[in-house]
Write a protein that binds this ligand. Sequence first.
Ligand SMILES: Cc1cc2nc3c(=O)[nH]c(=O)nc-3n(C[C@H](O)[C@H](O)[C@H](O)COP(=O)(O)OP(=O)(O)OC[C@H]3O[C@@H](n4cnc5c(N)ncnc54)[C@H](O)[C@@H]3O)c2cc1C
Length: 503
Amino acid sequence: MDRLTTKVARTNGIPIDEIKHVQVLKRSIDARQKSVKINLKVRVFVKEDFIEDRITLPEYPDVSNAPEVVIIGAGPAGLFAALRCVELGCKPIVIERGKDVRSRRRDLKAINRDHIVDVDSNYCFGEGGAGTYSDGKLYTRSKKRGDVQRILKILVGFGATDQILVDAHPHIGTNKLPDIIAAIREKIVERGGVIKFESRVVDLKIKNQEINEVVLRDGSSIISNRVILATGHSARDIFELLYHKKIEIESKPFALGVRVEHPQLLIDQIQYSCDTRSPYLPPSPYSVVKQVNGRGMYSFCMCPGGVIAPCATSPGEVVTNGWSPSKRDQPTANSGIVVELRSQDFKAFSNYGPLAAMYFQKSIEQQAWHVGGETQKVPAQRLTDMVNNKRSENLPVTSYKPGLTSADMSEVFPKFIHKVLQQGFVSFNKSMRGYLTNEAIVHAPESRTSSPVRIPRDFKTLEHIQIKGLYPCGEGAGYAGGIISAAIDGEKCAQACITTIKK
Ligand SMILES: Cc1cc2nc3c(=O)[nH]c(=O)nc-3n(C[C@H](O)[C@H](O)[C@H](O)COP(=O)(O)OP(=O)(O)OC[C@H]3O[C@@H](n4cnc5c(N)ncnc54)[C@H](O)[C@@H]3O)c2cc1C
């Protein structure tokens, strides 16, 4: 008998030999007190055999000759839109500017090793979108947006561990995601859908306020009056295209800051109040929120046992983000630490109209590139040095492969962001004693937290408020933040679009 069964028997006064199985339904870790607790919600099978629920995928019929829906972008939103199309009997034609997961790897190597950024194939663009080489944390606060459990079950059906159905903070890991994404693609193609890689969309033709044609980089085009636009928050050329075609878009506030890396051991010591982490506990995450000078400053996309990645999508800019393998076994912990921005912060870029927030974001990424030495090297500073306005004389080794350039963060950020970050880190240290240390390195910037643009849609039909048949979808449209909510939004848009076909 395992320890859990013994505990259940003892706590509930059940004779241990009557317990056939203890099924864990939910698992979470509570590290708020000195003694860390693992909370489990379990179902106990007493004198009753346990029959395992097999996760099965929805039925996917053959859609080779079914009505077509064009989907631009093969990120989580686009792929889940495509799957839902198949499920509901329509043929998805997915158009993706980047390469398939495997071919994408070469281009990631080129960024990390040679500092070369391919504008169509990088950490954000390519099969699976920004989701493929992401961290694969699947926690979402936006439970009201849709059926989170349904998305998790589909991911399990395509090869993710079923532990994501149990963990309060489910995680897949970067090493596991590419195979899951490839399995989704194989299913779409096997059932008659089409996926076109290396096919960047460069124009959208509109006739009588209705979408009519999607034009690709090679000059070919697809005629369609049903288009789901799921190009993600880094597709600046799409935002520019919509703006220049006078298709309504709106500037959207977002958050921006730095990515901080600590030794994982230090985070474990702070969070678990211990010298060394118990083998029963995972590498610890953390989550901090503070109000500083009337602005929110908070941790974002924290990756225990992870790595910082170069996530630029164009040459001449530096962008950071983080990921971790499924075991989270790297020696460092990293997290975005970002400051909430407001519309008035983009005033200097107001001549760009609804693209003001995007140009503000871009200006900081370009400034980081200049300060970093005009390569993918990232401007970096030790954390206590940053707070004390001191340039770091030397920098410890980091997980960020292209390398570091010692810099003062005031060279990268406008004064108001720099000040909030400085004060905020002092405040963080009050919640997490030991956080503010020169063992930690600040990397700049963390700038792609959410879309700087919203593509407005009708809340009922989900069509663009002005263009019939065009469905702005996922994170780039401003209706999702993260893998799960993007996938939910993809399903919703597919469903809304198909309703119009079936009318
Ligand atoms: C390193 C990293 C770690 C992350 N970690 C997490 C995490 O742990 N958990 C989490 O929830 N989220 C994480 N994210 C964010 C997550 O990946 C995104 O929220 C999610 O991928 C958004 O999905 P999407 O489909 O809306 O857009 P995207 O994933 O951005 O997909 C958009 C797709 O559209 C394609 N595209 C763009 N323009 C065009 C065009 N003109 N023509 C054709 N195709 C085009 C792109 O190539 C891309 O494939 C991470 C992101 C990164 C980069």
